[in-house]
Design a protein around this ligand. Structure first.
Ligand code: ZN
Length: 174
């Protein structure tokens, strides 16, 4: 009974009252031109930093890629000059250690300091005990416990993605 009276008192239905309230709330949310300008500026700043972030990520990946693929980890046996991968002798050294998960080894390229960490087999342990790890052939990356450190694919140039983003933003501004 009380509810009905209050509805009638303003001469509106519950729905009409709700519509007005929503309109009032929305109007109070609307930004002044100055606030709009500041919000846009903030948005542009965020977008610029997003692009910078993409570019920086690419630069870092590329430098990692060049580092990992710019060295053949091989040298000429007599001159010591770099030679294509797998020819001459490996420019590696390292050590092995027994841990809780069995025997693991860390092989390092003495030229570019790439690290290969891997579990060694019984045969490899024997080989290392007899000959050491100087000039040992690096294991396939699949065997490495640190394989996530190796980039298998060349990093993708982010330029098309950046252009796409900029185009979408441009359209949004129109
Ligand atoms: Zn190397």
């Amino acid at each position: 009974m009380g509810e009905r009276i209050s509805e009638n008192a303003v001469g509106m239905s519950r729905e009409e009252l709700k519509e007005i309230l929503v309109a009032v709330i929305n109007a109070s949310k609307e930004k002044s031109p100055l606030e709009k300008k500041a919000a846009l500026k903030e948005l542009e700043r965020e977008r610029r930093s997003q692009i910078m972030h993409i570019s920086q990520g690419y630069a870092e990946e590329m430098s990692r890629w060049n580092h990992q693929h710019g060295c053949s980890h091989s040298r000429d046996k007599t001159t010591g000059d770099p030679v294509p991968k797998g020819t001459g002798v490996w420019t590696t050294g390292g050590q092995y250690h027994s841990g809780p998960d069995g025997m693991t080894a860390t092989l390092v390229c003495l030229r570019c300091s790439t690290n290969w960490k891997f579990r060694i087999t019984e045969q490899e342990r024997e080989y290392i005990e007899n000959r050491g790890m100087m000039g040992m052939q690096p294991p396939p990356i699949e065997r490495c416990t640190n394989k996530e450190e190796f980039l298998r694919n060349r990093p993708e140039d982010p330029q098309p993605k950046i252009l796409e983003l900029q185009k979408a933003w441009q359209e949004e501004r129109l």
